[in-house]
Design a protein around this ligand. Sequence first.
Ligand code: XMP
Ligand code: MG
Length: 184
Amino acid sequence: MDQSDIGSDLESVLLSEEQLSTRLAEMAAQIDADYAGEDLLLVGVLKGAVMVMADLARQLHHPVEMDWMAVSSYGSGTKSSGVVRILKDLDADLTGRNVLIVEDIVDSGLTLSWLLANLRSRGPKSVEVAAMLRKPEANKVEIDVRYVGFDIPNEFVIGYGLDYAEKYRNLPFVGTLAPHVYAE
Ligand code: XMP
Ligand code: MG
């Protein structure tokens, strides 16, 4: 899927495929350095983190394991409430492991702070976060996101795993939606 397939539904391209991959390479180099000689388990949060996970993992030299979790955040509309339900739990036992949560985007940070508390209660050696995108709202919650791809404006974004009504996840770039799409 590319720009021509989405046509007038796209307002603008915020981050190109090249910008995403360049930044992911820098993040991967940092992660390789930080976890050198250590065990590392990447935990992707479905569904949004699929693209970040696939691309980040392939840019790493470190031999990681990958696992997945699906959570749903109760809330009205597009705002998350911080009340989270596990739809699919991890297969891995986290005892003594270095865990790196891989996220598409940190918005209010409520989902992530719940997830951090949940995973930290399972006896891991460490739990850190890598997020491709972070919105300014995230500053309101005390979350230390160790690896951030890009700080972006407070706009609804799509592509590279992020959806609007489950669509546009397979755009290779991050863009903003044209207002007429919301209005429909
Ligand atoms: P919180 O607010 O708890 O929620 O940090 C983060 C989750 O909300 C979703 N989210 C978005 N999804 N475009 C999307 O497609 C956006 O601009 C956006 N902002 C937040 C996303 O699922 C994320 O994990
Ligand atoms: Mg998500």
